[in-house]
Ligand binder design. Structure first.
Ligand SMILES: *Cc1c(COP(=O)(O)O)cnc(C)c1O
Length: 359
């Protein structure tokens, strides 16, 4: 008998329990085929149907306009730090980076490695150790796009409203809050997200790109070319069939929960539970500035490294898993993605109260 655990990992992260159950039930024989999805050809009609259905459900959930391609790629969020500039920085060969945290910084590093491409920091909050979103923008010249990290997974800040940048194309890294917070796809030239935080297993990256921004004849190496990938419905080579299958089940689950708006409301309630406790605690404190606080990733500290370690250890023993903070921030971090039930946050807060009383 396993005791109940809650997984607060930042990624790969908790998946909805009914999805895991369905995967288990369907694993030996997918839709009466006698074959497991793990063995199934990506050229079979069963696969083509499930990929098309997953795309249709994602389009419905995010209200993706028809002129946007939806791609199911590999290489993680990180490969998009390279693919986005290759595909989209073709006029000015220049992009602006809003340096709001570690992942934004990585996006700049990777873009800087591309010959002939310039990545300028147009706003940054490094001086505040990324505990708040940048506020001052300095745009000097023409940019193909501005790269924005919608949710800073490590530092625990997120955009509730997009910065006002008239005339600029926005490229949004939504790896850690896609489907958790409502954004309008039409406000972006492109959106991408590694699946393993809020969508499904690792190995899949979702890309949503405005087709009008692409050049039919851009002719990049095939795997790196959004146009070629779109033409082949993301099956230019063998796609991550299992990850797409699970993502499709999660999209269906999100629909069953009432969609993105309903989940956002639930996420706000879950986050409020934890932040309210943190703001009233004499022991723990949230590290991100209140106005910019993320609803999906909540970093917090005691201010004493030894005590932080003890907390992580005891929480783990109590079945509250993966609450250790990222090494760059230290302390703790609780990730409260869509699939984290409210009961998990209640259990965490209850445990923190007891820990505080004992110290
Ligand atoms: C996790 C993460 C990444 C990197 O994702 P990989 O899929 O591991 O490459 C990029 N951006 C953000 C915001 C993330 O949270």
């Amino acid at each position: 008998m396993m005791t109940k655990v809650y997984n607060f990992s930042a990624g790969p992260a908790v998946l909805p329990a009914p999805v895991i159950k369905q995967v288990q039930a369907e694993l030996p024989s997918y839709h009466g085929s006698g074959m497991s999805i793990l063995e199934m050809s990506h050229r079979s009609s069963l696969y083509e149907d499930l990929a098309a259905q997953a795309e249709a459900n994602l389009r419905d959930l995010m209200a993706i306009p028809d002129n946007y391609d939806v791609l199911f790629l590999q290489g993680g969020g990180t490969l998009q730090f390279t693919m986005a500039p290759l595909n989209l920085a073709r006029h000015y060969h220049r992009l602006g980076i809003v340096d709001s945290g570690h992942w934004a910084d990585r996006a700049k590093e990777e873009a800087d490695l591309l010959p002939g491409i310039e990545a300028d920091v147009v706003a940054l909050s490094k001086d505040e150790h990324y505990t708040a979103l940048p506020t001052d923008y300095h745009l000097t010249g023409d940019y193909d796009y501005i790269h924005l990290t919608l949710n800073n997974t490590i530092e625990g800040t997120m955009y509730r409203q997009l910065p006002h940048l008239p005339g600029q194309v926005l490229v949004g890294d939504m790896s850690s809050n896609i489907l958790a917070q409502r954004y309008q796809v039409k406000d972006f030239g492109m959106i991408y997200a590694g699946a393993q935080k809020n969508i499904g297993p690792a190995g899949l990256t979702v890309v949503i790109v405005n087709h009008d921004l692409l050049d039919e004849n851009q002719n990049l190496p095939a795997m790196l070319d959004y146009v070629k990938q779109a033409k082949k419905h993301s099956a230019l080579n063998t796609p991550p069939v299992f990850a797409i299958y699970v993502a499709g089940l999660v999209f269906k689950w999100v629909q069953d929960q009432g969609g993105v708006d309903a989940l956002q409301k639930r996420n706000e309630e879950k986050a409020k539970l934890l932040y309210d406790y943190l703001d009233n605690s004499d022991l723990f404190k949230a590290t991100a500035k209140p106005a910019d606080r993320s609803i999906t990733n909540v970093p917090f500290v005691t201010g004493n490294e030894k005590l932080d370690q003890e907390f992580v250890q005891k929480a783990t023993a109590a079945g509250l898993l993966n609450v250790k903070g990222h090494r760059s921030v230290g302390g703790m971090r609780a990730s409260l993605y869509n699939a984290m039930p409210k009961a998990g946050v209640e259990a965490l807060v209850e445990f923190m109260k007891q820990f505080e009383m004992a110290h």
